[in-house]
Write a protein that binds this ligand. Sequence first.
Ligand SMILES: Nc1ncnc2c1ncn2[C@@H]1O[C@H](COP(=O)(O)OP(=O)(O)O)[C@@H](O)[C@H]1O
Ligand SMILES: Cc1cn([C@H]2C[C@H](O)[C@@H](COP(=O)(O)O)O2)c(=O)[nH]c1=O
Ligand SMILES: [Zn+2]
Length: 285
Amino acid sequence: MRTLISPSLPPLFSLHLPRPSLFSRALGASRYPLTASAFSLNRLPTNPHHSSASRRELQTEAASKPFSAPPGEIHVVVGPMFSGKTTTLLRRILSERESGKKVAVIKSDKDDRYCAESIVTHDGEKFPCWALPDLSSFKERFGFDAYRNQLDVIGIDEAQFFGDLYEFCREAADKEGKTVIVAGLDGDYLRRRFGSVLDLVPIADTVTKLASRCEVCGKRASFTLRKTEERETELIGGAEVYMPVCRSHYVSGQGVLETARAVLDASSQRNAPRDLEATSLSPPF
Ligand SMILES: Nc1ncnc2c1ncn2[C@@H]1O[C@H](COP(=O)(O)OP(=O)(O)O)[C@@H](O)[C@H]1O
Ligand SMILES: Cc1cn([C@H]2C[C@H](O)[C@@H](COP(=O)(O)O)O2)c(=O)[nH]c1=O
Ligand SMILES: [Zn+2]
């Protein structure tokens, strides 16, 4: 296999680099081709074989290289409904703000459950937010200048509803130095990937999967069961439509619900009148 770019890393990392790589030449760098920001020198592991003098030299030289913005971060918080995603997002945002960072929170305007201008947890805690149809409109709404020069941390709630999630987060963290904290459902009620939340994993710094408590047995709940007959992927709702469940109650509950949905489909095809309100199932299954 032919290597197209060699890892032209500073001595701290390097193996044997006989000549500059295509990559380093493209960057126009001579000895240490990557910028301080690109490798975040503050976070370099300490090499016991490396003297502190050469480390200092490395830091000084690399730190003098230009880079448009310091590197940002992406933190992803997923889990089923009622697992504390919004609560976690809120706590992290508040703690960033307390440490002097300028923060903003965005949620999808599809989620109109509690309050249009705030993210709201299932326990009623609130924080003001921008309710937007997509993330690409945020910079303009917030103000390009304020976005670039003042904003440090961006929280995104209900991330599964944003089609441009990946592009927005990558640009914000890689190019604009923002810390992005993303909360969303990893899976829908059929446990399929939801939106592009999972696409963030390879570009994230941290990924946390939270759990709730199974509404049937009280065990750890990693999945969301939809209690009603609707089959569309996106269906806004709370505890009247969804419940957190453990694996066994997901499997048994989903089996019962799919049978019920199939029965309803068959009967609606026969045009039989049916009371739709009565089609929500309750545990135990
Ligand atoms: N089945 C449930 N119905 C309503 N509220 C619940 C249920 N299970 C847990 N909760 C509450 O929801 C809180 C989490 O809310 P939130 O942070 O909004 O979760 P998420 O954003 O993951 O849906 C929990 O601390 C708990 O008090
Ligand atoms: C499982 C599932 C959920 N939704 C919707 C329901 C809620 O409006 C949000 C999730 O809110 P939460 O903050 O995580 O409680 O998503 C959906 O549209 N489709 C689904 O399959
Ligand atoms: Zn259970």
